[in-house]
Design a protein around this ligand. Sequence first.
Ligand code: MOS
Length: 739
Amino acid sequence: MQHLNNGSMSKTSNLDRVDGRAKVTGAATYSAEYKTPGVAYACLVGSTVARGRIKSIDTKKAEWAPGVLAVITHLNVAKPAGYQKEKNPSNLGQPLQILKDDTIKFYDQPIAIVVADTFERMRYAAGLIKTEYVKEAHETNLHAAMDKGKMPKGDRFKDYTRGIENDYKNAEVSIEAEYVMPADVHNPMELANIIAKWENEKPILYTKSQGVEGTRRSIGDVFGMSPEDVTVHSEYLGGAFGMGLHTWPYEVAALIASKKIAKPVKLVLHREQMFTNVGFRPMTIQKMGLGATKDGKLTGLTHEATAQTSTYEDFTEATVGMSRFMYDCANVTTKYRIAPIDYGTPVWMRGPGEATGSFALECAMDELAYKLDMDPIEFRKRNHAEMDQEQNKPWSSKHVMECYEAGMERIGWKNRKNTPGTVKEDGWLVGYGMGTGTFGSSRGKTAVGAKLLANGTMVLQCSVNDMGPGTATMMTAIGADITGMPVDKIVIEMGSSGLPKGPTQGGSATTSSVGSAVFDACNLLNGKVIALAAQQPAFKSVKPENMVFAAGAVSSKNNSAKSISVTDLLAKNKLSELAVETESANTEEAKKYSIYSYSVHFVKVLVNPNIGKIKIAHVVSCADIGTVVNEKTSAGQMYGGAVGGIGMGLMEALEIDHRYGRAINNNFADYHVPVNADIIKQEVFFVNKKDPYSNPMGSKGLGETALVGMAPALANAVFNATGKRIRELPITVDKLLFT
Ligand code: MOS
């Protein structure tokens, strides 16, 4: 991993993951692993029809099976108080009210909860339930449901035109094309899981969530209580990619079951249920129209997208967003629709909206570049947007041009020919392609606590959790930079309610939000410890501005003999700790700018013309994420994001048998994701230039943009190799050979 510029790196920017040892030794405790005496085991039994009603459900055999503690269906469930409300107010809510009535809205919708004293007895009993349905005709094919497309509520989803509507049609050179993105499934290694219990009528959850406070709110809504009455622990996550941004039926189910049997309940979804009950990236059909002058100036851009949603929840994402601001263009039209089908509800998945939208935009840019007989990077450079034309604001920082240059150099772009199918190596067709990605970099309100303890450690506290990017490591690094505390004396407490309220981990905003709050809290703590030391007789003649807190002691800049450790300082003042808590939020200054991160992915592919096999020979990903706060975890995000994009481009698709409305490839044998052997050579780079406005560190978001732009880079490389333009992901052998 390298930087194009390392001017802004701090001394902690190469810190190892502080939780790395705990994770690799198994000491890290994931939700279902909490030792819980007397825990019972629960599972969800799913519907075997995609739409209709339950005519009858026979649970007798299951109830009489050995060890069974409860079989709960819509007929005997104690409905949570929040089910009385028509709409759930929380945006992380639970619109599918589990077991509310006899209606079936999608295949594998939970129709029963089975609880037993052991895992095996629970599984056995679950197989004894007999259900009869009144089937209704279902539709799970988005192509057939396009006429049901509706404009979602909210200003950001309204039809948009800047300049002349659909002006691409009037251009000297234009293209029109339709791109199909199938549904992709998050499939983190760690299954969705929970241990739920009740104490004093209040729920306690150990659950897989990306937002402790969000889960408190939505569980509070469901059970008709204040979020403050809900305890949530979500300390380690084995990947999530967005699936943990929603409270799901399984979490409510475990709480219902625990309440019923008055015991703690553990519920772990099986892999098949990960394809139906915890969201996925929605299938989206996109139409692009692009027009330019003969010398490559974009004059018109139209982007229309229709995505699937469920029949019970309007899921939305910013699919057409990038088309409004990425390139300089006077005439831009976007339309976004969602069409309900009879399948579970989608949810955000890494690079939500932009990942799908960039596939259409960046392929269309490539298609128009070929039509203009122009290098696709040259075409992008000619249409570089110097400001955000959508919001009419300046960029806070934008170093996408440096990303183009670095990537071209590293991938060997000079070996690319603009005529497809003309470069060969050992009988394989060689293709080069690139795609640009972007994602908004936001900063939200966050509280952080910082305290110095008598034992010489500093504790940083925030209820934010970490789905994997390395949040604790980032907090440690910033805390160490600001306070001068040694890294091994910093303790991070996070991922549980009761701590100062942190944000949901999502939208690539955690470092910006939580990191800024750590920055503020630690500066406050510095001031407090120096003020306390200033009262010591030894510092009587030293001005506070000449006092410095570092390595756990306050000393004088001018007189090295004067020094007092925090331990001594606390003892002398008879204090057990010195604590501060801050709430940190975005600034008015930052709001004057459009703050985006950028990634540019380059790929070299080899395509076997006889069997249609694609080999990825080389991947180069370069990103502008402002200051790189931590090299290792940032590189990890970038490698992983690019690999996720390779899955999206070449392998992943949720296949549904529309006769039954059922997922066919609901397992890891049939749902393919990339493995190490699929990627021969991968490099990542960062521009690493401080953003002047984003936050005190000058960092921008990374997790999402790391994936955005990779899938179109692959499609463009495959076209360059073969002359075949595959507009439906993933690009598989059958499409290459037979279209
Ligand atoms: Mo990200 S899709 O906000 O976890």
